[in-house]
Design a protein around this ligand. Structure first.
Ligand code: NDP
Ligand code: OXD
Length: 312
């Protein structure tokens, strides 16, 4: 029997889909969707996404916070996050699979020039556009963790020439590993298609900028499916307009939803998706929550813990 209540904190989510799964898995758990001022001391478990700064600190008996996303930047950014409380993030096969599909889809689309073919169709023009073989296309994955490595393996199976960039070196069969700030330039200069799957931290904010784009080969494409804060949007537009970059796919933005006034919407070389690359599956997420609560009842540590010193 779990000790303490769980608060499902996000108010902009239809909470019932989520909480119903947890009720089925843990019928004895006290699950709340309202933050009751007079009963804050009951809350032992909290599900959070973009919490109001300071809101998590107010639960004196909090044992763990569950991030609804794989990315935890919005939670880690709260300087008042209680230091003794573990933060567990989403690491789940369904999410990993969805992100892999997204990356493969957009790498293929830029490699096989689908946008150019779509434009020809609009003009009713029958024209062949040559594309290199996959093994001649060098894909570089910025952020070579759970999602980056899974995408790399799927692309490798299609014969792409893959490299990953991470903080520490990785060993992934058939994939070149670049690690640390000094390795960024050689990594970029061999990346015809650059995929960003980094966590958003002070070290990675704004990493997709004019300087970075200049180090990519002429005609490179960029796919950002990590966070809007990684990209300096005006730098991307300038690099596309100058012809140095050939195209970009963006799933995430500085401001979400992307304002109607944004020039990104109508840019002829940009594909936009609405932060939908890999959406957390409510059933899988709540299985993780239930398992973690059971583990903690047995004095075991939660899994998929965030390292606050690194910020991810
Ligand atoms: P992981 O923590 O598993 O991987 C992060 C990778 O980034 C690691 O390889 C890490 O290196 C590397 N990294 C972090 N900081 C640096 C740095 N300063 N320099 C070089 N490498 C660095 O995260 P996930 O793969 O699970 O998720 C990645 C991101 O994807 C999330 O943070 C989130 O922002 C985004 N995301 C977006 C979604 C969407 O729908 N658009 C859905 C889900 C996630 P090392 O391994 O050495 O520590
Ligand atoms: C995540 C996301 O981080 O959906 O999981 O962006």
């Amino acid at each position: 029997m779990p000790q303490g209540a769980l608060l499902f904190q996000p108010t902009d989510y239809p909470h019932q889909i989520w909480t119903d799964h947890l009720r089925r898995l843990m019928p004895d758990l006290d699950i709340r969707t309202e933050d009751d001022e007079t009963r804050k001391g009951d809350i032992a478990y909290c599900v959070a996404w973009k919490p109001k700064p300071g809101s998590l600190r107010s639960f004196a008996n909090l044992k763990v916070v569950f991030s609804m996303g794989a990315g935890v930047d919005a939670i880690v950014a709260d300087a008042t996050f209680p230091a003794h409380v573990p933060l567990s993030r989403v690491v789940d096969d369904t999410l990993t699979q969805a992100m892999t599909e997204y990356v493969v889809l957009h790498v293929l689309a830029w490699h096989r020039r689908q946008r150019d073919l779509d434009n020809l169709q609009k003009l009713k023009k029958w024209r062949l556009i040559a594309a290199p073989r996959a093994e001649q296309v060098r894909v570089g994955i910025l952020g070579f963790g759970v999602l980056g490595q899974a995408a790399a393996l799927a692309l490798k199976a299609l014969n792409y020439n893959i490299a990953g960039w991470s903080a520490s070196p990785k060993q992934v069969a058939g994939v070149e590993s670049f690690a640390g700030a000094d390795a960024l330039q050689p990594f970029l200069s061999r990346s015809d298609i650059l995929v960003c799957l980094l966590p958003l931290t002070p070290a990675t904010r704004g990493i997709l900028n004019t300087h970075t784009f200049a180090q990519l080969p002429n005609g490179a494409c960029v796919i950002n499916c990590a966070r809007g804060g990684h990209l300096i949007e005006s730098d991307l537009i300038a690099a596309l307009d100058s012809g140095h970059l050939r195209g970009a796919t963006l799933d995430v933005f500085q401001v979400e939803p992307l304002p109607e006034t944004s020039p990104l919407w109508s840019h002829p070389k940009i594909t936009i998706t609405p932060h939908a690359a890999a959406i957390t599956d409510p059933a899988a997420f709540m299985r993780h929550v239930a398992n973690t609560i059971r583990r903690m009842d047995q004095n075991l540590r939660p899994e998929n813990l965030v390292d606050f010193a690194r910020g991810y």
